[in-house]
Design a protein around this ligand. Structure first.
Ligand code: C2E
Ligand code: MG
Ligand code: MG
Ligand code: MG
Length: 265
């Protein structure tokens, strides 16, 4: 399903875009480190529409700024109840990294909603960064100067990932779920995850594995030195009304040393 620009404009007028929240868990303790904001469209007749059906179109139609502003405002307001030091991560389209006023806008929204900037993580997907590398650098530095942390999202799927890693001041690396999903079956995926975690460690970055669905994956990630995980194993994205359920600690991931899978990692 793909929505049109006009439908998105209509959705914006009707205030139909809402944030969902998904926990990110510190694997060895089970504590919730923070939550990621994921866009949903609460459509009048279609119900809840996922971001795959509208983010790219909103970007093409020049509507992503307005959509992000709507979401971020609602997310900040809801996130005031997050226990300190849990952070909030928002996805920022690379298209918005052309706009030098972005850091100021984010700061003003956070201040107006009384959400502390030093508990905000900005997730940037690598795909379209390179055309604006200088602007992206200026904006990233400013975001960090105002206390925000930066995460490189979906690492390993875009192109020029390593160039971005070298050029922008990231604090976190998110390992794409396509590698995590197959890591217990495929040796290649396992080796890639292992190398990415090692790369993150050597650059002093925290690593977050996306799409953790099974206990086995969580154990393997822990064994590989990955610090944090996000996925259905720990909790699905939920609306603001259920945010307080999401912030509660999960059982810590424990290595079962008798399992055979982890011999070959
Ligand atoms: P992402 O930032 O990499 O977000 C993670 C995606 O993986 C989310 O999909 C989440 O629901 C899904 N996911 C989490 N755990 C699991 C799991 O265990 N198994 C599986 N199969 N999937 C899992 P979602 O919510 O459909 O979002 C897709 C993408 O849309 C996001 O990927 C992000 O790139 C983009 N997006 C979402 N919200 C926004 C937004 O507000 N602004 C922008 N620019 N992009 C957004
Ligand atoms: Mg993300
Ligand atoms: Mg991601
Ligand atoms: Mg992803």
């Amino acid at each position: 399903m793909n929505m049109s620009g006009d439908q998105i404009r209509e959705g914006l007028r009707n205030d139909e875009f809402i944030p969902f929240f998904q926990p990110v868990v510190t694997l060895h303790t089970g504590e919730v480190a923070g939550v990621e904001v994921l866009a949903r469209w609460q459509h009048g007749s279609l119900g809840i529409v996922p971001p795959g059906a509208f983010i790219a179109i909103a970007e093409q139609e020049g509507l992503i700024g307005e959509l992000t502003a709507m979401l971020v405002w609602k997310a900040f307001t809801a996130a005031r109840m997050l226990p300190d030091p849990q952070w909030l991560a928002i996805n920022i389209s690379p298209h918005l990294l052309r706009d030098l006023t972005l850091p100021k806008r984010i700061r003003e929204a956070a201040e107006a909603a009384a959400f502390p900037l030093n508990r905000l993580v900005i997730e940037i997907t690598e795909s379209a960064l390179v055309e604006n590398l200088e602007h992206a650098q200026t904006i990233s530095r400013e975001l960090r100067a105002q206390g925000c942390r930066l995460a490189l999202d979906d690492f390993g799927t875009g192109y020029s990932s390593l160039l971005h890693l070298q050029s922008l001041p990231f604090d976190e690396l998110k390992v794409d779920r396509s590698f995590v999903g197959s890591m217990t079956e495929r040796r290649e995926s396992r080796k890639i995850v292992s190398a990415v975690v090692g790369l993150g460690q050597s650059l002093g970055l925290e690593t977050i594995a996306e799409g953790v669905e099974t206990q086995e994956q969580a154990e393997m990630l822990l064994a590989l030195g990955c610090e944090m995980g996000q996925g259905w194993l720990f909790g699905r994205p939920v609306p603001a009304e259920q945010l307080s359920d999401v912030t509660i600690a999960r059982p810590a991931v424990k290595l079962r040393l008798t399992s055979s899978f982890w011999r070959d990692i």
